[in-house]
Write a protein that binds this ligand. Structure first.
Ligand code: FAD
Length: 426
């Protein structure tokens, strides 16, 4: 049976893991979009000599070359116009209303088919709409969420500080009430899209000592007096997108509070949990892409007059890649299906959800690291070539184990769930 969204009961319906009809419709349209809209932009970018989206030239301040950034922006605008940019956002807000299982299939398709190209920008990533901003006030919706969904502006999520990462509740950025407004002061660091964001979803202390109710989330315009972009923070990603932000007596109207005062921790977690869950499709998609490339290489590279694919040592590298991708993909789909039933981003979050979300992140981060490592090994020295897909994705894979909560923090959440009596331990 098929419902109005093209979801099927049984394997593809609630609790199921098969792609639904609307996933197939989306991926068909996405494939066409890559061919007709993205490929010409990619060719144009290649002619300009400003690098690629995965290996951009950087400007004097160490930031992504503005022409590479603009090419990504153009893809986002076209993707939004084609109805491809926001499948993960609730339908009543203007998104596709896809479930997490559906999104895993979508993300897998996007990462496998866009590889490291400009097409990756066609699906909203950290600079786009997210489950936290879905809680924007009605008054601020037209000013922030709608343009974000349309690809007209980009955002950044500002949670981490120079002195505080994992230990979020120890943050020092704070906001005090002034009449109906709020005044924000503090510094944020390691923020993706710090240099280009049109507005920022910033998390700040509003009630010191109130534990998980001590924080609130505010929308701050990048041209607000007192807001500043700080230095670039060059990481091994070498994408010129990570930097610092400053807030010096920044006045924020009450309508720019996301959710309610005191919801900041839960909202930050829903943003972070969204990124954690995206690991499932990302690692399956890039993993398959690397495996396809490794198979090609093994069939064509020779040693002793025979393809290296004939060598058991190389066959085992390929088999290990397949095993890791298959296991991580399967586990993720099952966990995403369970989360679709529990509510992956509900506030408050179902008590059984954090363990499942952390399982998705730690399983994928660690499996993909091994996959990327084996991909380099199959390619030999070519896999170490700076700017090659294998070399870049090895650096990406190493990075993935830290942002959106380190793999150690995921283990903490899994153990907390087990010791409290989550389903796996009952
Ligand atoms: C490329 C990149 C992009 C990023 N983008 C953003 C962004 O857009 N917005 C944003 O807000 N942040 C962003 N971050 C920050 C990121 O979320 C943090 O780096 C991450 O949460 C870890 O914090 P930390 O680096 O301060 O590590 P620390 O908290 O200093 O941790 C250091 C080590 O101690 C361990 N550790 C710490 N506390 C515990 C504990 N309680 N139990 C067990 N082990 C523990 C950690 O696992 C780690 O191994 C980004 C980071 C990078 C590298």
């Amino acid at each position: 049976m098929t419902d109005q969204n093209g979801s099927t009961n049984g394997p593809g319906g609630p609790g199921g893991i098969a792609p639904t009809a609307r996933v197939t419709d989306y991926t068909d349209r996405f494939a066409k979009f890559l061919e007709t809209e993205v490929a010409p932009l990619e060719q144009d970018l290649a002619r300009r000599g400003v690098g690629t989206p995965w290996q951009p030239k950087l400007d004097d301040a160490g930031r992504m070359h503005p022409e590479v950034w603009e090419a990504r922006r153009e893809v986002q605008r076209r993707s939004a116009a084609a109805g491809l940019y926001n499948p993960h956002i609730r339908a009543e807000l203007g998104g596709g209303g896809f479930s997490r299982v559906e999104m895993q299939h979508v993300e897998e398709f996007v990462y496998r088919n866009a590889g490291l190209g400009l097409g990756l920008a066609a699906l909203a990533w950290t600079e786009g709409a997210n489950p936290a901003i879905e809680h924007v006030s009605d008054a601020a919706r037209g000013r922030y969420l709608d343009p974000l969904l349309a690809g007209e502006v980009t955002a950044a999520f500002a949670n981490t500080e120079p002195g505080v990462g994992t230990d979020v509740l120890a943050m020092s950025t704070h906001a005090r009430r002034d009449g109906a407004d709020w005044i924000v002061n503090g510094r944020k660091a390691w923020i993706t899209n710090a240099h280009f964001a049109d507005f920022v979803q910033v998390v700040a202390v509003t009630e010191p000592g109130a534990g998980t109710r001590s924080l609130s989330m505010f929308l701050v315009d990048a041209d607000a007096p007192g807001f500043s972009r700080g230095r670039d923070i060059p990481t091994m990603m070498a994408d010129g997108l990570t930097g610092e932000l400053g807030f010096d007596e920044v006045r924020v109207p009450a309508e720019n509070v996301v959710g309610e005062i005191g919801d900041g921790f839960a909202l930050a977690m829903s943003w972070i949990n969204w990124r954690r869950l995206c690991r499932g499709g990302m690692c399956a998609g890039w993993g398959h892409w690397l495996l396809d490339r490794a198979l090609d290489r093994a069939r064509t590279r020779t040693s002793g007059g025979r393809p290296i694919a004939d060598l058991q040592a190389v066959q085992h590298l390929l088999a290990d890649m397949d095993a890791d991708i298959y296991a991580a993909r399967s586990a993720s789909l099952v966990a995403q299906a369970e989360l679709d039933v529990l509510g992956p981003f509900d506030i408050p979050l179902h008590r059984d959800a954090p363990r499942l979300i952390s399982l998705v992140k730690v399983i994928n981060d660690e499996a993909f690291y091994r996959v990327a490592d084996n991909a380099v090994q199959v390619h030999g020295a070519t896999g170490l070539l700076q700017g090659s897909p294998e070399e870049k994705l090895f650096r990406v894979a190493r990075n993935l184990r830290i942002p959106a909560g380190t793999v150690e923090i995921q283990r903490n959440a899994i153990a907390r769930g087990l010791l409290r009596g989550d389903p796996a331990s009952r």
